[in-house]
Design a protein around this ligand. Structure first.
Ligand code: MG
Length: 329
């Protein structure tokens, strides 16, 4: 119930200058990864090195693809600013794969954008998701295997790192397509990195966590499943589905969520955040970008090195910043 008041006050105050911070809830002196270490899946919970359930709040970067715009924000300065000003504890590098300008077109540059974010997150002591940002990952399984082998070899020793194997599968079979793809990639990662958290996308744009719950991946430790929500489209019915999946025993990770800010007040965002808090679910807000669309946190032309004023943030950005700033781990 405490959280209800926290989020109500967040939303009421959204858009106003809000520099207050409850240091008792989120110590800033120690990096979050130093405090919590390697994340592990125990039953339907994601727990820290002390076996305490934890949830983290942060930001997803936009598609990394060349010349899509969002790739300009893949800078260490943005990661530092999100930590300093937003009190972000987790970031997500969203590496586009099949679409023009993505990894298959231009491997080195897209991979380097991911590495820039991962290296900065390690430097700042934040958690970081390496996301294979695809809607058709099963078409290029060997490419995914090679990429994640390289990432596991580079970063598997860092507690910061989380592997996300498949952003948003379309309306395809969990058991016959996504699960076999995931097992192929998980097997490759686990041969190199035995323990870092792996998150697997679910059918229908990562909304069918119920299908994964009915036929979960077994035989590997530390596997969670992706849930995405956008407050204009997804409401109580999806929370009920996700609650049922948790009750069935799988761990859930919200690697993307978005709001349009509703001119700074979004009751559905409040309901979702209360749900995330109650269930200790981590979440990343989509997206760090200045494109003129409803989900962008920045207005066009905002600096690509952080230092953003309130006027640089969209309504969605102001709402997300207030939620992230006040998130109790
Ligand atoms: Mg490891």
């Amino acid at each position: 119930m405490l959280l209800f008041f926290i989020f109500t006050s967040i939303i009421i105050s959204c858009g106003e200058k809000n520099d207050s911070k409850d240091t008792a809830l989120m110590p800033q002196d120690t990096a979050v990864v130093d405090l919590h270490g390697l994340l592990q899946v125990i039953g339907n919970s994601i727990v820290d090195k002390n076996s305490e359930p934890v949830s983290f709040a942060g930001n997803s970067f936009f598609w990394s693809n060349d010349n899509w715009g969002g790739e300009r924000y893949y800078t260490p300065e943005v990661v530092s600013w999100l930590k300093e000003d937003w009190h972000t504890t987790i970031v997500r590098a969203s590496m586009g794969v099949e679409d023009p300008g993505g990894y298959l077109d231009n491997k080195t540059v897209n991979k380097n954008r991911v590495k820039t974010i991962v290296d900065a997150a390690i430097e700042e002591g934040l958690y970081v998701i390496i996301d294979w940002h695809s809607h058709h990952a099963e078409d290029n399984t060997s490419e995914a295997v090679q990429f994640f082998q390289e990432m596991a070899a580079l970063y598997g020793g860092h507690d910061n790192v989380i592997y996300e194997l498949y952003n948003e599968p379309l309306d395809i079979s969990w058991s016959n397509i996504i699960k076999p793809y995931a097992i192929a990639v998980i097997s490759a990662i686990r041969a190199i990195d035995p323990d870092n958290l792996i998150v697997v996308g679910t059918p229908e744009w990562s909304q069918r966590v119920d299908l994964a719950a009915a036929d979960p991946i077994t035989g590997f430790p530390n596997i969670a499943y992706t849930l995405h929500f956008y407050t204009v489209h997804h409401q109580q019915w999806l929370r009920d589905r996700a609650t049922a999946a948790l009750n069935a025993g799988i761990a859930v990770f919200v690697t993307e969520w978005g709001s349009i800010g509703y001119s700074t007040v979004d009751p559905e965002a409040d309901k979702w955040m209360t749900w995330c808090f109650d269930n200790k679910i981590s979440h990343c807000n989509w997206a760090v970008n200045d494109k003129e669309e409803e989900w962008s946190i920045l207005v066009p032309g905002a600096s690509t090195t952080g230092g953003w004023s309130d006027d640089d943030l969209t309504d969605a950005g102001k709402l997300a910043r207030n939620i992230i700033r006040n998130w109790p781990e």
